[in-house]
Design a protein around this ligand. Structure first.
Ligand SMILES: *Cc1c(COP(=O)(O)O)cnc(C)c1O
Length: 216
């Protein structure tokens, strides 16, 4: 199957309220252009340098999502153009994004990454850290970032029950937050192997790479 066919096939199966991020990390611009020509406008990358190079070369109506872990000292390389940063997991990082966004007179949308997996290695905030971040004065004072929702990654396992449990956990944290915060609209969860399950559990944004562009 071609990139175009993969994309159209997946899009046809997504409910209307679910946004597709085409994860194009490691893939050449020619592959991304195939997706672009099939109508895709949201691409996800996990390395800032690579995303910036692709941004320079590609049409300017593309929305670039940073889905990987972000190092504070690299925020400046994407502040001009990034449209959503998925993996924000510290106040320090948020402050740097705010600072760089201000330089470009922008408000940058961010998702807070929540640690839902059992693995120790996955990045993200726990519920306590999330609550203390959101209630801090430093957070309240930042004018050039907007938290649009939450992001999470399930444990890398074939155990569907476990993955489901983790997705539902993220959804419940999201539901708690939205009682007070109507600006929270996005739950970014689900990849090639588990996006259907993620949608059943309340995902509104799926990040799909290999099922569109092939293996890496
Ligand atoms: C690579 C990546 C994806 C996409 O993974 P696939 O299994 O190729 O769909 C989604 N989210 C994050 C954070 C990633 O790094």
């Amino acid at each position: 199957m071609s990139i175009k066919n993969n994309l159209l096939h997946i899009k046809a199966t997504l409910p209307e309220h679910v946004t597709l991020v085409a994860v194009s990390k490691t893939k050449p611009v020619s592959d991304l252009m195939e997706g672009y020509e099939a109508g895709q406008r949201i691409f996800g990358e996990n390395k800032i340098q690579e995303m910036a190079e692709k941004w320079e070369q590609m049409p300017k109506d593309i929305q670039w999502h940073m889905i990987g872990h972000v190092q504070t000292n690299k925020v400046k390389f994407m502040a001009q153009f990034v449209s959503l940063i998925h993996g924000v997991d510290s106040l320090k990082l948020l402050q740097e994004i705010n600072k760089q966004a201000l330089k470009h007179n922008r408000i940058i949308d961010c998702l807070l990454q929540i640690h839902i997996a059992e693995e120790e290695t996955k990045f993200g905030l726990d519920e306590e850290e999330l609550a203390s971040l959101l209630s801090s004065n430093e957070f309240q004072e930042m004018k050039n970032i907007r938290i649009a929702g939450l992001m999470g990654m399930a444990t890398f396992t074939d155990n569907k029950d476990q993955i489901k449990k983790e997705f539902l956990h993220l959804k419940s944290i999201f539901d708690q937050l939205t009682i007070h915060n109507s600006q929270f609209t996005i739950i970014s969860m689900g990849m090639s192997g588990d996006y259907q399950l993620a949608i059943e559990c309340g995902s509104t944004m799926v990040r799909i790479g290999s099922s569109i562009f092939g293996g890496r």
